[in-house]
Write a protein that binds this ligand. Structure first.
Ligand code: ADP
Ligand code: MG
Length: 530
């Protein structure tokens, strides 16, 4: 049943995919009731097939064993009435060519008018005046922006489910998005942006189920790229978008605790269950999927996601490690802690170390913060701090002085990775936050930065301050118990820093207590027995 413009688009795109299209261009005017056009480069229709296609129950796709509940049909739908149903509540024009010298144009209004048409192989369906004579349907639509939003989301889902097909969406003459048909990363780039696509990892996972092989393919954004709704977790089955709560939940569970409780990841997962274990027509709007072995399928999805993220996380850590083993780039001087030996740990915060005549006490948090700060700093040395989009953008009320500072320092903020627009009245709209190597700042950091700028603090050094704050989060805390080996590694890493003796906030990392201080404390005349 055609209930809204997005349903028309879904049916037409399904048909185009069934026809083997490699390219599908969708054009929408207004909310879609004015005009929807879907053009494909699929197999096209002969004139007689085209005439039949617009009659009710005209499918060419009925598989032999339709009475079976679970079928293995590979097409996207075979109810055989979409075109007729659309023609019922709109004016439908179909121009098609299956490779003949001359193509066919059908105009279906009150009657069907057939004529010749020039067209390369493929089909263009144009639907105008949808619900023109159905005021109740028109009434029930959600408003122009919302209806187009549904179409745009639908097409994003198709684009991610079929990364091998080129999709484009044009709205009122402007291209909303386009994908290149060359893989998932490009599809993600088309639907989102370069920043999002570059922080993602592709998934391929195969499992043997009782009924045969089962595969999970898709793309997952790193946990640093999140959204506040689960709408960005997209599921498809065999290249066909579905809304399926269980599978969505399995993806989110696969992220585990990597994503905070009130945030959701961006991911697109396509599952290919063994033929015969999925019922593609279980829901009339084709949004829920009937799955045999659902539990096993959900478990496999969860595993695929969590394994992909573990692997990806390891790779990301290479770029800016926060572990203790990875060495820093060599500095041109001898290691200040070369001769130092860790002799103990105190209160799970201080490393006690022997350095000749001195007892060194190292603050493990401050030391690790320094190490991570220098790593972050060198990783973003050559470029602006990367941004993680904040969606939906947050409105932050900062007061007129800070808002004015935001306007004065637009370039600085952009370089720091903040995406900010002034809203007027001391309010800012924040659509992106700094995220060097997956460590996302929060809006509080922006407010703080603006307050300082407004108070006349110089912009120089802001970048370093920000990196220092970001270096804090992944660093060891008081109470993290290190082994002696780890303590020694930490000391090695600290020794590799350019400035090993202060944390990035300027507090010391190392205090030394020389033996004479102890000797004085114990009222010894000399420092050592010999
Ligand atoms: P169904 O897709 O369920 O078969 P439709 O009403 O959507 O029913 O389409 C009717 C028939 O028209 C299809 O079975 C197919 O043969 C043909 N058809 C529709 N759209 C296209 C297209 N874009 N390219 C080629 N054939 C198409
Ligand atoms: Mg169809």
């Amino acid at each position: 049943m055609i209930t809204r413009p997005a349903r028309v688009v879904a049916e037409l795109v399904d048909n185009a995919l069934d026809a083997g299209a490699e390219r599908i261009d969708v054009t929408v005017d207004g909310d879609g009731t004015d005009r929807i056009r879907v053009a494909d480069d699929g197999c096209g229709l002969s004139r007689s097939d085209a005439e039949r296609a617009v009659e009710r129950h005209a499918t060419s796709k009925l598989p032999a064993e339709t009475e079976a509940d679970l079928t293995g049909v590979s097409t996207l739908g075979f109810r055989g009435e979409a075109l007729a149903a659309i023609a019922d509540c709109a004016t439908l024009e179909l121009v098609t060519n299956d490779g003949d010298a001359v193509g066919t144009k059908l105009r279906v209004d009150d009657e069907v008018i057939v004529s010749n048409a020039g067209r390369a192989r493929g089909t263009t369906v144009t639907v105008t005046d949808l619900f023109a004579d159905r005021p109740a349907r028109r009434e029930s639509l959600a408003g122009k922006a919302a209806e187009f939003g549904r179409i745009s989301e639908l097409l994003a889902r198709y684009a991610l489910a079929r990364p091998d097909v080129r999709f484009s969406l044009t709205h009122n003459g402007n291209e909303t998005f386009a994908t290149s048909g060359s893989g998932l990363e490009d599809a993600l780039l088309g639907v989102y942006d370069a920043g999002t696509a570059s922080r993602s990892t592709v998934i391929h996972h195969e499992t043997a189920l009782d009924d045969g092989a089962f595969s999970v393919d898709g793309i997952c954004c790193y946990p640093s790229v999140t959204r506040s709704t689960r709408d960005h977790v997209r599921i498809s089955v065999g290249g066909r978008p579905v809304t399926d709560t269980g599978l969505r939940r399995a993806v989110v569970t696969g992220y585990g605790s990597l994503v905070a409780g009130n945030k959701y990841p961006i991911a697109a997962i396509d599952i290919k269950p063994p033929a015969g274990t999925v019922d593609p027509n279980v829901h009339p709007a084709k949004e829920e999927v009937g799955l045999a072995a659902r539990e096993a399928v959900e478990a496999a999805v969860e595993t695929a996601v969590s394994e992909a993220l573990t692997a990806a996380d390891a790779r990301r850590t290479d770029a800016a490690a926060t572990d203790l083993e990875t060495e820093l780039a060599a500095v041109d001087r001898s290691d200040p802690f070369g001769e130092v030996r860790v002799i103990g740990l105190f209160r799970d915060l201080y490393l006690l170390c022997e350095d000749g005549d001195e007892l060194l006490v190292v603050d493990q948090h401050a030391a690790h913060e320094r190490v991570n700060y220098e790593r972050l700093r060198s990783a973003v040395a050559e470029e602006s701090v990367p941004t993680a989009p904040l969606e939906p953008p947050e409105t932050v009320s900062v007061g007129p002085a800070a808002a004015a500072a935001a306007e004065t320092h637009t370039d600085l903020l952009a370089d720091l990775g903040f995406e900010v627009d002034a809203f007027g009245g001391g309010t800012l709209r924040v659509s992106g936050l700094p995220a060097p190597l997956g460590r996302v700042a929060d809006t509080e950091l922006l407010v703080e930065t603006l307050d300082q700028l407004a108070a006349g603090q110089q912009p120089e050094g802001k970048r370093d301050e920000l990196l220092a704050d970001l270096a804090c989060h992944p660093s060891l805390k008081a109470g993290d118990r290190l082994t002696t080996d780890e303590a020694e590694q930490l000391l090695d890493r600290l020794g590799e820093c350019e400035q090993p003796f202060a944390c990035p906030h300027g507090r010391p990392t190392v205090c030394s207590l020389d033996e004479s201080t102890l000797a004085a404390g114990f009222e010894r005349g000399s420092t050592r027995f010999r």
